[in-house]
Design a protein. Structure first.
Lengths: 113, 114
């Protein structure tokens, strides 16, 4: 069966520091991968999605970037964090067929101080 | 672009009773998929139920069922025999057939009261 791992679970970083959140999927190949952000008590905002290695689509201009160095690995990064980057970050995957739902990781709670 | 609206920010229901959460969406697509996700306090996003737009029959998963009205672009979730563990945020989501992008509604916070 497929599983998705996302880490770390929580992170506290000072303003101006770099960020790296990692997500890996097991048990499937060539998944579509996604990074979402959820502000406190709010809905999900799509940040990036990827349909293959090195293929990244950005939905929202921001201080963040994403990379997909391997088929089942998706990384969210920032060179310099802003206070507004605080939030709950969710990685998700979907199989590349027509009716596949999204499957989510457990999320990372990021607090920028 | 597709949009998803959930007009009820918060709802509450007594344990063992039935509650319906509303969702409407806007799209020009003819084929698409709709989903309900649950996010309990643990923040884990869990798929509750899904509906394919070309199917007229409403989806059902145990105590969860949907009322899908394609012409009205409405996709409500009914929870029967509510349990304390149903307390969560519920998100309605839309996906185009063969699309990579899922569009989520703003969510409804459901509290099940003992």
């Amino acid at each position: 069966s497929q599983t998705i791992h996302q880490w770390p679970a929580t992170l506290v970083q000072p303003v101006g520091s770099p960020l790296s959140l990692e997500c890996t999927v097991e048990g499937t190949s060539n998944p579509n991968l996604y990074w979402y952000r959820q502000a406190a008590g709010r809905g999900l905002q799509l940040l990036f999605y990827s349909v293959g290695i090195g293929q990244i689509s950005s939905e929202v201009p921001q201080n963040l970037s994403a990379s997909r160095p391997q088929d089942r690995q998706f990384i969210l990064s920032s060179k310099k964090l802003l206070l507004s980057d605080s939030g709950f970050y969710l990685c998700a995957w979907a199989q590349d067929y027509y009716n596949s739902p999204l499957h989510f990781g457990n999320g990372t709670r990021l607090t920028v101080t | 672009a597709q949009t998803v609206t959930q007009s009820q920010p918060e709802m509450s229901v007594q344990e063992a009773e039935t509650v319906t959460l509303s969702c409407t969406y806007d799209t020009s697509e003819s084929n698409y998929y709709l989903f309900w996700y649950k996010q309990p306090p643990s923040r884990q996003m869990i798929l509750v139920i899904r509906q394919e737009a070309y199917k007229q029959q409403n989806a059902t998963e145990n105590r969860f069922s949907v009322n899908f009205q394609k012409a009205a672009k409405s996709f409500s979730l009914k929870i029967s025999d509510s349990q304390l563990g149903d307390t969560a945020m519920y998100f309605c989501a839309f996906m185009k057939t063969y699309g990579q992008n899922f569009v989520f509604g703003p969510g409804t916070r459901l509290s099940v009261l003992p």
